[in-house]
Design a protein around this ligand. Sequence first.
Ligand SMILES: C[S@@+](CC[C@H](N)C(=O)[O-])C[C@H]1O[C@@H](n2cnc3c(N)ncnc32)[C@H](O)[C@@H]1O
Length: 190
Amino acid sequence: MTATAAWTVFVLAAGWLWQGAVPWRKTQQFRQHSLAPFVPSPQAVVEKMLEAARVKRGETVFDLGCGDGRVIITAVRKFGARGVCIELSPDLVRQTREEVKRLGLDDRIVIIEGNLMDADLRAADVVTLYLLTSSNELLKPKLESSLKRGARVVSHDFIVPGWEAEQVEKVKAAGRVHTIYVYSMPPKRH
Ligand SMILES: C[S@@+](CC[C@H](N)C(=O)[O-])C[C@H]1O[C@@H](n2cnc3c(N)ncnc32)[C@H](O)[C@@H]1O
């Protein structure tokens, strides 16, 4: 084998290994950083969350762990907001990007594939969550240090431990009662 042929084989093999490594790395990242499984909020709950958070036209709503993007899509279409959708799962990000494009909302929604713990939240007027109580506990210091005064945090079914909700709403949907907790920054504490 000539040196050129050997080099070509080496480059092709390296490329092949790299292609295989990308999905593997993404799966590892997902396992390592996942703060909740994908369980979409029913549409009635999504609308109640945004209503309870008093989302206004032109405000920026962040959904941390945005799943299929339904919260952000609703915030933009029904409330006239701008949206930032942060999601760890590449499949859900792809699905959300397709739907946002199909609806022609690309100019009002930013979709970020990544760990919500790394997100810059300073621009948020409203943050929506459907994670777990333990995940909210982990996220709490970041919310407290990054969110502006008057920003609202609305969480589906799980409290932010140590914060006192200013409003609690119940919504019956998909065969059970869902609870919505609304907090304003800076939060009152227990
Ligand atoms: C219960 S689902 C909620 C989906 C959506 N917010 C809703 O209410 O319909 C939680 C989502 O958070 C995502 N997630 C979990 N850990 C994450 C992390 N560290 N960074 C970004 N997304 C994460 C999951 O992949 C999942 O899509």
